[in-house]
Ligand binder design. Structure first.
Ligand code: CU
Length: 114
């Protein structure tokens, strides 16, 4: 008799475990959805070396060319530092496209600094 109760108790814990596990699974799913949402918007700051900028106008040209790309949130170019710093969603934009856009405007994009 006692054994039966024990078995029932074990079964109950087992079922409870499944229910709890099931609940955790659904919450895990929602959190993994959130993480996948954040990972699909993989926004990072990147700096690219740019040769050929000589003034504020050049900076604006480069910035305009880059922010026109879907996935580039912001761009800050400096002809003094010879680089442009961008906030880019790497899941949307290929980094080579960034360099290409700079080159298309007549400047020379170098390597990504960071
Ligand atoms: Cu200029």
């Amino acid at each position: 008799m006692l054994k039966l109760i024990r078995i029932k108790a074990i079964l109950l814990f087992f079922i409870l475990g499944i229910v709890v596990f099931g609940c955790q699974n659904t919450t895990n799913n929602s959190t993994s959805n959130e993480t996948s949402l954040t990972s699909t918007s993989a926004k990072v700051y990147k700096s690219v070396a740019v040769e050929g900028m000589t003034c504020g106008g050049c900076e604006k040209t480069v910035q305009g060319a880059l922010t026109a790309i879907d996935g580039v949130d912001s761009a800050f170019a400096s002809h003094v530092d010879k680089q442009v710093r961008i906030l880019v969603d790497t899941s949307k934009v290929n980094l080579q496209d960034i360099q290409q856009a700079i080159n298309d405007k007549g400047y020379t994009a170098g390597d990504f600094i960071k």
